[in-house]
Write a protein that binds this ligand. Sequence first.
Ligand code: UT7
Length: 343
Amino acid sequence: MIKTLIRGTGRYVPERLVTNDDLSKKMETSDEWIRQRTGIEQRYWVPEGGETGASDLGLEASKIALERAGWKPEDLDFIIFATLSPDIFFPGSGCLLQHKLGLSSTPALDIRQQCTGFIYGLATADAYIRSGMARRVLLVGSEVHSTGLDVTTRGRDVAVIFGDGAAAVCLEAVETDEPVGVLASLLFAEGKHAASLMLEAPASRITPERITHEMLDEGRHYPKMNGKLIFKLAVTRLPELTLQIMEKAGLTSLDEIDLIIPHQANLRINQFYQETLKIPEGKIYNNIQKYGNTTAATIPLALDEVIEQGRFKKGDTALFLGLGAGVTWGANIYRHAEVLPSR
Ligand code: UT7
């Protein structure tokens, strides 16, 4: 059977460190409020001035992942780029990254699944690989949030949460009957909650010109969030989702999972989740304290860190899961392994 294995990972965050105290100089907020309500201590944002898009951060992460996989860009036969903050409205950041990697015809697919972007991306890559449509896939999650945040008191509930960053994984088809690689994926969406976390404008549905001066004045080009609703959905659905995907993967106990990487939207969400399922300390990995919420980059960024720290070894089983705008939610179970490529 064809299975999907991770061959290399890489991460990249921009150099500009923004602390909670830095934000409190721009809006009415405080280090205490941000830490208590979210767990976030700092985040990295792209430099002011210049042009750094999601594909630029993605490029740096991709170069590291490719090097660790021992691949050249030419070895790729598919690119999947997950972002809610594309460099430009169109074409997709995957196409921009493809060019920056020096490639000329490798297909590139953008996906717009926000906080579950990596989870949807891994499920998509796995489906392409298992169907024989691709053998070597580069999956990138990358976000430049900072240029789209309302960094005033009006936008403080959203602005303090998000950080910029990127991470990439190299995925390869292997032929094996061992239970390794992507063991299961489960994806959900509920569009009725779309307005609960959305960036409304500019948008094609707004006539005559996608955005008006009044909308700009009202700040409708910034993301708006019903934080309480998203919080509630996350703390109820993530435990349910865990049991659902374990069943799908044929796992009967949480003891069979060595590592859980939940999306990093709010440390309190992950603490509720941990308490609900009575997950032992040390099995969940959180890094929101350092990066804030980097949306599609979050899970691969954490994955790259745990691999680097030796906390996710060959033979270990990991659960990736999250919920975010859409709303979308989903999970993957992945067993790390060393299996030789089948070509
Ligand atoms: O990854 C995408 C998915 N997103 C999420 O999962 C986010 C889920 N939601 C959350 O993480 C939380 O709802 C937030 C962190 C966004 C907000 O925390 P909260 O505990 O739900 O606070 P709140 O919105 O109920 O606001 C409480 C108070 C309000 O003031 P009043 O009305 O009580 O006077 C807010 O105006 O805190 C105020 N507030 C702030 N104060 C200082 C809101 N943002 C800030 C801020 N600094 N940054």
